[in-house]
Design a protein around this ligand. Sequence first.
Ligand code: M6R
Length: 604
Amino acid sequence: MCGIVGYVGFREATDVLLEGLRRLEYRGYDSAGVAVKVNGHLEVIKKAGKLQVLADELKAHPLSGKFGVGHTRWATHGAPTDPNAHPHMTEQGDIAVIHNGIIENYLPLKEGLIARGHIFTSETDSEVLAHLIEEKYQGNLAEAVRMALSEAYGAYALVVAHKDKEEIVVARTVSPLVIGLGGGENFVASDVPALLPYTRKVIFLHDGDMAVITREGVTVSDLAGNPVEREVVTVEWDLEAAEKSGYPHYMLKEIYEQPRVLENTLGGRLHQEEATVELNLKLDPRQYHKVHIVACGTAYYAAWVGKYLIESLARIPVEVEVASEYRYRDPVVDSKTLAIAISQSGETIDTLEGLREAKRKGAGTLGVINAKGSSITREVDDTLYIHAGPEIGVASTKAYMAMLAAMGLVAVWMGRSKGTLKPEVAQEFLGEMRKLPRLVEEGLEARAHIAKIAEKYHQAQDYLFLGRHIQAPTAYEGALKLKEISYIHAEAYPAGEMKHGPIALIDERLPVVVLATESPFYEKTISNIQEVRARGGRVIAVATKGDNEVKRFAQDVIYVPKTHHLLAPVVSVVPLQLLAYETAVFLGRDVDQPRNLAKSVTVE
Ligand code: M6R
């Protein structure tokens, strides 16, 4: 949520800021702004709208300087307008503040500041920080920031510049910040892709860290001013991984990357002959009698698939819950509970807090995470990286794929460690997992056929998605993808639940996507298809290659390659991603930056 970039060095700051913000635009895209030091003054330009609006303005009114800060916003307090865009300045224009997060006590702080004569120009919570820092400033910017933060509470990634200083003072609690280390130049950003054109050497700040960044170096301290040591990490992601590479949209590129992503997730971890997986985890599954999985959005659907995998293969009871509910319901957790948090960003605040709740109650904790060094990875006992690479499209695709594969590995790991999964069953399952990259590659060939189906139904007002057992989460993920990027209303239900209510929605205008792949529940799903047809609904079936029977019942069939029925979600989600993508393109939607969304949700 919100992208931050700061630069101090020898290059033109606006070039670095705009390039960085472009790479972070997936984090927020309702307004953007920069402050650059020009001839001893902080000059600010900020504009509502996409980053291009700011870029055009900067073209017309260039700001030349080697030191600056920039922001792309996802609104929380105050509409996306020019005044509400960041940076926020003090009345005299001495201090520029950029803030990602929410200052929870901003109202009393604001009242006090107004009473003391400060004039506010925005409706944001963030602006209080600029005025508070101004009040505290006596020549030492870091000290002023420290004092201001002792009065403000909430979540923040904070970046502050002063016209008299050639330093950027930053601080974080909850919202992420990463420092990029160069030679004679240094950077700060909310995420790694902004830094990739310049450096791969980074420091991930921890909660409660502050840092002072100059051309010459970086010093990290805690909020009390005590120096702290933070590891310099070399990130493996390369620049190309964060580029579109000729695809019209990041989302499409990421859909097509899925076979490689699966190879990365599974690579070196899967030992079919030995019927084991090698995850290099310290946790011992034998200590746990139950599993709780917390996650949000698409990651939650991966968690739901994970439940079926772990329960089927390892015979351990699993509870799955959206993290924002889990954390407030006083879940029954003990030291025999393994809590798993699944997250692409590793920064989703609801997931992090859900995990903390389980940890407080004594659970062992495992993160299934994409972003290296992210907040969740620092709080769990162990992390299983999913190795999906940078995911820029706001609608998650390849990270979901990698999460599914990772949960397959986790299920085998638990089952084999506890002895609840027989070696021959593990061998068969791992053999099927090994084939997944090729099967997903094959599944992508259906794109042209899916594009025709998307065109046929693009005027639908609503869609229904149905699936049974391990394909129920696939139905939900398909509906979520369609909603997110096409804005067509879509609902998902476990197929057997349809007759208990949603069946009332069915008429000849309603396309119903049914996951009807080979499984022990196939016949029952076909019965559900017939129930839809009997009421005039239009069925798009996702079925296993070679199933000719299904054509008798469905208007449209999308075939997916045959696999183990517990791995059907992996091959079946691909056509649903493509259906959402092609529908959104057909409707002229902004695929990579759909309205109202942000990639990484670090507010509650
Ligand atoms: O970074 P996370 O995996 O924790 O993100 C969770 C959700 O916010 C995310 O999956 C969201 O639902 C995506 N927009 C789905 O496409």
